[in-house]
Design a protein around this ligand. Structure first.
Ligand code: GLA
Length: 753
């Protein structure tokens, strides 16, 4: 269904009609306010006007509450007047004025490709600041995307102290449950929940990156009644890879809102006359199909409109300025279709090998070639050299910043290895961590002022490294130049872009008094611009986002990365839990999952090769074990499992995911993947320590045709859809022993034979 946005000029209301979602707001107080009216199921076009009128016209607030009329909250809240709840915007002027009074000025409605976008301008007449509120809806999706752009139009600067991308009001219901993702290094994306009472709950990152600790995604359901398979869900995700803050507030008037964007902690943005500041996009969706439907909507939308589509808000990075290797066309001239424009979806992820767990920093031409030969034998398609390949990098104390090949490890550069990898039928990938520097590096010795630091304060190291100040144009030029050179000089198809530490001492002494706090935003914008420019200059090179595992997983980075390194914890049993959280919002094809050695280096847990494969097959499959130590039997089993993965890959990576069981609730996990045409079904199930005498889990499948027949591709066994939906798939025979798993492939056949 085509998305649409209707404007009722007489009433001053707008209605966004997404696939089955309605979202409405309207002008009040003669255009001095924009009031929220509705977010939920679709609405007839005339309803928003009626909702605005029912709120009782324009009497003052105290009259309204006495008369019993519903008090409508401000859609996007400029701080000022009697507003005590969390505001959306707080601006400060040189004369000491710190509030905003605005008036509706203009609207623009545009259709481009599969999207329709509404822009509403509100201007503060006394100071000339204009805030443009953006709303974008997508054909065939329930996702609505919002952001704001601030323009300083008056004759004086303005300092932005707080500016949210969006403010999402929820309908008035009781007992809201918030579900969110929390974690740590090696324990990313765990689902947590809280019941929201009066007051606020604030979740944030102050680390300069998205963070392992919390992810900017939420799911809200009223009364805690919603399940995986049914019930109403309002879910949101911020497209930002820097410090962020989301606030969930049940106001004193009894309304719940979820709002936020760039973290205002330690941040301020000064806009000179004529400057424009674009806030990151904040997408959200409504469904009545439960948590599973919300996830499937995120997955399908991300595949169609996010992955590799560049910036969501159309911020165009300047053409990169580098004498060394000017890009072949900048982002503006790039062939990459932006969000909403027609273009091919992301391609299937290749099976990857990465030797980090096998060799750590001890990489060498011979060692990597030996691994590559074994990787090719089992069916790997992309061979990635991780950390340790560059000058001085024998351990994590030195080398970051000196991005030239270590000649003691690769005497003739990377080229002979790459040629060997290519001759084995694989493409080649390389690890880099360009935002970082070790103090023990030539770069740092030459440019100690290039890192974030405060005068007279310790430069706190983490993993022996400091963060480069990407807000500095010369540093950003240098970073672009380093990676651009590597991609120009070598036949590299894939970059694993790492970022292994959070910010500390986020200072820029040379800019003291000149708004150095802008680094929190400028670093991320600069990172985005660099990667966008690299992608434009080297089309075909794909990226993985890594930050000590899954510390940089968000819709912003997914615009410029095909996949995410989910976690440094590759223990298969731990991964079942991490993957359950990851798939709440991110598609399976972005979830890089390696099969590593047993016992696992981190947890020392033992699991069969088959179990480890079955867990990793739930996403984009990679191999991360020491292949030189795998027995011939293991190599043969791995080859067979990789061949099977290639058969199920289109369904896993591009199909619809149904989480049949939850590791937290059911003590085992199970996924069903269903091809878009409904003919191919893949079931993966994983269980941990055997319950001993416990009943068999019921793998009741989802979304099948009850009257159709489904045939097990391996055993030939046939089932009615109705049987699989109500009785479930019998996998009990397989459910023996610790860390067991099942992989079942079903094909829909026209008739039972
Ligand atoms: C991080 C990554 C790992 C690996 C190491 C290399 O921890 O998450 O996968 O690349 O850095 O130093």
């Amino acid at each position: 269904m085509a998305a649409d946005i209707w404007h009722d000029q007489a009433a001053g209301t707008w209605l966004i009609q997404a696939r089955s979602t309605g979202y409405a707001f309207g002008l009040a107080d003669d255009g001095a306010a924009l009031r929220h009216l509705h977010w939920g199921p679709g609405l007839p076009a005339e309803v928003p006007a009626a909702l605005l009128a029912a709120a009782g016209g324009e009497p003052p607030r105290w009259e309204r509450s006495r008369s019993g009329a519903r008090e409508l909250p401000d859609e996007y809240v400029p701080w000022g007047g009697l507003r005590f709840d969390e505001p959306s915007l707080k601006a400060e002027y040189a004369d000491g004025t710190r509030s905003t009074e605005w008036r509706f000025a203009a609207q623009r409605l545009t259709r481009q490709g599969a999207t329709v976008t509404l822009e509403l301008d509100f201007t503060d007449p006394a100071y000339g600041l204009t805030a443009t509120l953006f709303y974008r809806a997508y054909d065939r999706f329930d996702v609505i995307e919002r952001w704001a752009v601030l323009r300083s139009g008056g004759g004086q600067p303005v300092v932005i102290r707080q500016a949210h991308s969006a403010n999402w009001w929820l309908p008035d219901r009781a007992g809201w449950r918030l579900r969110y993702l929390h974690g740590g290094w090696g324990a990313e994306t765990r689902v947590a929940q809280a019941t929201l009472g009066p007051g606020k709950l604030v979740l944030e990152s102050r680390r300069g990156t998205t963070s392992h600790q919390f992810n900017p995604w939420f799911s809200l359901d009223p009364g805690g009644q919603t399940t995986e398979r049914g019930g109403e869900v309002w879910s949101g995700a911020l497209a930002w890879s820097g410090s962020w803050k989301l606030i969930y507030e049940l106001t004193s008037a009894g309304h719940l809102h979820a709002c936020g964007g760039v973290n205002d902690f330690d941040w301020a943005q000064r806009l000179l006359p004529g400057d424009q500041f674009v806030l990151p996009s904040f997408a959200a969706l409504y469904t009545d199909g439960g948590f599973g439907a919300a996830s499937r909507e995120w997955h399908a939308w991300a595949r169609a409109h996010v992955i590799g589509r560049g910036d969501r808000t159309g911020v165009t990075a300047p053409r990169w300025r580098t004498a060394a290797a000017p890009p072949r066309g900048g982002p503006a001239g790039s062939e990459t279709p932006g969000p909403g424009q027609p273009g091919p979806g992301p391609r299937l992820r290749p099976v990857l090998y990465n030797s980090w767990e096998a060799t750590s920093f001890a990489v060498s031409q011979d060692g990597q070639e030996r691994l590559a030969e074994r990787a090719a034998r089992i069916g790997v398609e992309l061979f990635v050299v991780d950390d340790g390949w560059f000058r001085g990098r024998r351990h994590d104390h030195a080398g970051l910043g000196d991005w030239t090949v270590d000649e003691s490890k690769f005497p003739r550069g990377l080229d002979p290895l790459i040629k060997r990898v290519n001759s084995l039928g694989m493409t080649f990938g390389l690890w880099v961590e360009p935002e970082m520097v070790n103090p023990d590096s030539d770069l740092y010795r030459a440019h100690p002022d290039w890192v974030y630091h405060f005068a007279h304060r310790t430069r706190t190291e983490h993993r022996n490294q400091l963060v480069l100040n990407l807000a500095r144009p010369d540093v950003a030029d240098w970073v672009f130049g380093q990676v651009d050179r590597l991609l120009t000089e070598n036949n590299i198809d894939f970059i694993k872009w790492d970022m292994n530490r959070p910010f500390s001492e986020p200072g820029w002494p040379a800019e003291a008094g000149n708004n150095p706090e802008r680094i929190w935003v400028d670093h991320v914008r600069s990172l985005y611009a660099i990667v966008d420019a690299l992608r434009a200059a080297h089309p075909g090179v794909e990226f993985e986002s890594c930050s000590g595992g899954g510390g940089r997983a968000d819709l912003g980075i997914l615009g410029r990365a095909e996949q995410i390194w989910t976690s440094d914890n590759t223990d298969a049993w731990d991964r079942v839990l991490i993957q359950e959280g990851f798939t709440q919002v991110f598609p399976a094809q972005t979830m890089m999952a390696w099969v590593t050695d047993s016992p696992n280096w981190w947890t020392e847990r033992r699991a069969s090769l088959r179990f480890r494969f079955h867990v990793a097959m739930a996403g984009a499959l990679g191999i991360g074990g020491d292949l030189s130590r795998w027995t011939e039997r293991e190599m043969a089993e791995a080859a067979e499992l990789i061949a099977t993965y290639k058969l199920i890959r289109p369904v896993v990576q591009q199909g619809r995911l149904y989480r049949l069981a939850s590791i937290t609730a059911d003590a085992y996990g199970a996924h069903e993947y269903l091809s878009d045409d409904g003919t191919q079904v893949v079931i993966l199930a994983w269980w941990g320590p055997s319950p001993g005498g416990g009943g068999r889990p019921s793998l009741r499948l989802a979304a099948l045709d009850p009257g159709a027949c489904y045939c097990d591709a391996d055993s030939g066994q046939q089932y009615w859809g109705a049987e699989l939906l109500s009785e479930g798939l019998p996998v009990s025979g397989a459910l023996r022993g610790d860390f067991g798993s099942a992989l079942v492939r079903l094909a829909r056949s026209p008739d039972r034979t």
